[in-house]
Ligand binder design. Structure first.
Ligand SMILES: Cc1cc2nc3c(=O)[nH]c(=O)nc-3n(C[C@H](O)[C@H](O)[C@H](O)COP(=O)(O)OP(=O)(O)OC[C@H]3O[C@@H](n4cnc5c(N)ncnc54)[C@H](O)[C@@H]3O)c2cc1C
Length: 397
């Protein structure tokens, strides 16, 4: 039986980021990935802030496909609200190259990455965890002192060891398009019950000419049609007339960060822990932040050789008090968002279309920290206060 100090399930960006840190500290780290290629299958719109590249330590070159200055928000009634435009607010990345870049860093730091190696069973044994790995229909077992579940939205590690589940999962569908004619500086966001009930749809230009795009949408629990119906509706939008669909992909987004992410010899991180922004579905920024906290708590555990829940819990406390507060507030914003009817979307989008509110949005808007905009916006549009009471309730880590 192979023995590792740390085994990480999932060679996504978050698992590999943890692997890189621990391997750089000289720990014996193995990463197990069920797929044969890093970054595939793709399930991401690839819209991030500069902070993501900085946290991951990835170069822009070869990874950043386009820069985004603003957003055009389409109401259900067809009116539009254009925000931003003054400076770069987001980057469009090639997600597969991004994932490969992080995995290469982990590998060069000394982590072993095993592809086509699915964790098919896991249980506690001898002061650690025993894992069953299935590769090409052959089974093998390994032992690790610390197991890190970075195995995505439908984490098996989360389920096997009885961690709580995310509050909800969004269902997503997406595609790469060519032959579009877009302003490359603006993403388009569509809201409303006939286009993306419970979330939103997006059109993201993926090159500086505006001729290619990544489009998609997610839906929440309550919808009247199956997911492909909404996707067909999106593709019929006049903005996408004449577009060619090159590649389709889907995915699931877990929302509602977990109340428990550590146990004896165990930690969960990234989508496995639902460390995802509930307002946008973005998981790379919060996941990478939490990966850093997970790594340093794991290294501290190795230094003291204590892997009990009490010791590892410092990771849970650290991320909950940090980005966890923003994610918890994001769940409150989501609660309000879910209550809005199409008529209310139309009304609020119209209300926000004044020079003063647009200036406030441009000044305080930050896709990683949407709460920073909430209070300045209420000052400018006091009638938004009718939405505020449930935001003001205390959030517990
Ligand atoms: C449609 C869609 C659009 C999105 N758009 C954005 C966006 O624009 N910006 C953004 O920041 N985020 C976006 N996200 C979210 C983002 O993709 C995730 O938050 C991110 O991938 C989380 O990384 P992770 O490493 O935690 O999990 P993952 O990237 O899911 O990696 C988990 C890995 O674990 C592997 N695995 C799972 N089970 C096992 C097992 N039993 N054995 C071995 N390996 C296993 C999987 O194969 C996978 O490679 C989007 C998600 C979706 C679905």
């Amino acid at each position: 039986m192979d023995v590792y100090e740390t085994a990480i399930v999932g060679a996504g960006p978050i698992g590999c980021h943890v692997a890189r840190y621990l391997a750089s500290k000289g720990r014996k780290v193995a990463v197990f990935e069920e797929h044969r290629t890093i970054g595939e299958p793709l399930h991401c719109a690839g819209l991030v802030t500069q902070r993501v590249l900085e946290l991951a330590g990835c170069p822009s070159e070869g990874i950043v496909q386009n820069t985004i200055y603003g957003a055009v928000i389409h109401s259900p009634g067809g009116s539009v609200l254009t925000i931003g435009g003054d400076k770069v607010h987001a980057l469009v990345i090639d997600r597969q190259k991004f994932d490969v870049s992080i995995a290469e860093k982990a590998f060069h730091a000394g982590a072993m990455i095993f592809l086509q190696s699915k964790i098919s069973a896991a249980k506690r044994i001898n002061e650690g965890i025993g894992l069953e790995i299935t590769k090409n229909e052959q089974k093998a077992t390994v032992h690790c002192t610390l197991l890190i579940g970075a195995d995505g939205a439908h984490s098996r590690i989360r389920d096997v060891f009885g961690f709580p589940k995310p509050a909800e999962h969004l269902q997503g569908i997406s595609a790469e398009l060519s032959e579009v004619t877009l302003d490359p500086k603006y993403v388009h966001i569509f809201v409303g019950s006939s286009i993306a009930p419970g979330f939103f749809a997006w059109v993201i230009p993926t090159n500086g000419k505006g001729t290619t795009a990544r489009v998609g949408l997610c839906i929440g629990k309550h919808h009247t049609h199956p997911l492909p119906h909404y996707f067909t509706t999106l593709l019929q939008h006049p903005l996408l007339q004449g577009a060619m669909v090159m590649k389709r992909f889907g995915g699931s987004i877990p929302l509602g960060p977990l109340k428990k992410t550590t146990d004896n010899h165990l930690m969960l991180v990234g989508d496995a822990a639902a460390q995802v922004k509930p307002t946008s579905g973005g998981g790379l920024y919060p996941g990478l932040l939490c990966a850093e906290q997970c790594s340093s708590a794991a290294e501290a555990a190795f230094q003291t050789q204590r892997f009990d829940e009490g010791t590892l819990r410092r990771y849970h406390v650290a991320w909950s008090k940090g980005i966890g507060r923003e994610l918890a507030l994001g769940m409150r914003f989501r609660g309000l968002y879910l209550q809005l009817t199409d008529n209310q979307f139309n009304k609020y989008i119209e209300k926000l279309n004044t020079p003063k509110t647009l200036e406030t949005i441009n000044t305080y808007g930050d896709i990683d920290y949407p709460s920073r905009l909430a209070f300045p916006l209420i000052r400018v549009v006091p009638s938004l206060l009718t939405l505020a009471p449930s935001l003001l309730k205390r959030t517990k880590p």
